[in-house]
Design a protein around this ligand. Structure first.
Ligand code: COA
Ligand code: MG
Length: 324
């Protein structure tokens, strides 16, 4: 007898991403968690240059501090999004649908006079959780608003259902108060769910990380990589962040201000990459005019796919320049 999840795996999945809207780039190279119950850390976070500050009500907050966490966010949103010289995204990570805390989180936070830019919904596993989430938004947000939605993919079931979750989120975004923005891979919860033992190389989660990237990109969403928990080891962080960026992740979760610069740099194109990309694009257009689809550039063959990679680098570089 097959369980529902196994049956879902056997269904043909037809994906039509044509409804996926074009989105303006929002930098989430370093999504920094800040336990919202900790006033000192919250104040400190807004003095950093992290491009995505995530006030946490979920697993970084002790059970007996859940009420305090949501009240602190409410107090902050009474005054509005804290001003900072450099643009940033303000995200709130609420508790999961299954937790029993989310309704109170959203009621306290979303009835404030100002809203966060995005909500990060952790541990999404089933499409009907999106409907519950959307109903809460309709209940508590009285004005015309569209919040970004970051979806936490953190278990074997979530990974099995991730295509359906994205399809549903994109479909619902036409009529709901959220707009899906990113998939985020929760490695520690995922490892717990599959019974993996952690290793230095993280080879046990290569499949899951890469699946999250491919599905996110198929739906024109950002893909946000795992946390590097040894927060004082910047060398190890750099290695893992650069690996994630090479694979196609657009950013990474971080837990400490000391991790911001290394992470943001890893998810930004280097000056050598920008120089290469702009050279390739110029040469490509010249050769196209001359009727040559493939040509040599600095010892490498360049054709349409390489041109697209160069265009990705230039798009990211231009978007980051605008954000500054
Ligand atoms: N956001 C804002 N400020 C932070 C911070 C964070 N995530 N992590 C540390 N800081 C601050 C500290 O308060 C301290 O401030 P101070 O210099 O004014 O005293 C400074 O940065 C240096 O911190 P440090 O002493 O090195 O670390 P710590 O022992 O205070 O905290 C952790 C270590 C891991 C407990 C802390 O970084 C943390 O709580 N991170 C978030 C964890 C989390 O949210 N987990 C859930 C998601 S995976
Ligand atoms: Mg998690």
């Amino acid at each position: 007898m097959l369980c529902n999840c196994a049956k879902a795996l056997l269904q043909p999945v037809l994906v039509n991403t044509s409804k996926t809207p074009f989105r303006k780039y929002t930098a989430r190279r370093a999504l920094m968690y800040v336990p919202a119950s900790d006033d000192k850390k919250v104040a400190k976070a807004f003095a950093t240059n992290a491009d995505c500050i995530t006030l946490d009500c979920e697993d970084g907050v002790a059970l007996n501090k859940k009420v305090q966490a949501r009240l602190n966010i409410r107090e902050l949103l009474e005054k509005g999004k804290p001003a900072r010289k450099r643009r940033y995204e303000l995200v709130v990570r609420v508790n999961s649908i299954a937790s029993g805390f989310i309704k109170d989180d959203l009621r306290v936070i979303l009835t404030a006079p100002h809203l966060p830019d995005s909500i990060y919904l952790p541990k999404v596993e089933q499409i009907d959780q999106l409907k519950i989430f959307s109903d809460y938004l309709n209940e508590y947000i009285k004005k015309n608003a569209k919040l970004g939605l970051i979806l936490g993919i953190e278990s074997a079931v979530a990974l099995l259902n991730v295509v359906d979750i994205c399809k549903e989120a994109v479909n619902m975004s036409e009529t709901s108060k959220f707009q899906p923005a990113a998939l985020l891979f929760g490695s520690d919860d995922y490892c717990a769910s599959i019974g993996a033992r952690r290793s230095e190389s993280s080879s046990e989660i290569i499949y899951a990380r890469q699946k999250v990237i491919s599905v996110a990109r198929a739906f024109n969403l950002q893909a946000i990589d795992m946390v590097y928990i040894k927060y004082q080891d910047l060398k190890g962080l750099k290695k893992q962040a650069e690996e994630g960026a090479r694979w196609g992740f657009t950013g990474k979760q971080i837990i400490h201000p000391g991790q911001i610069d290394v992470t943001q740099e890893a998810f930004s194109p280097t000056s050598a990459e920008i120089e290469w990309a702009s050279g390739v694009l110029k040469a490509f257009h010249k050769h196209q005019k001359e009727g040559e689809g493939a040509f040599a550039y600095k010892g490498n063959m360049i054709d349409m796919p390489t041109m697209k990679q160069a265009q990705n680098i230039m798009d990211l570089s231009n978007a980051i320049m605008i954000e500054k």
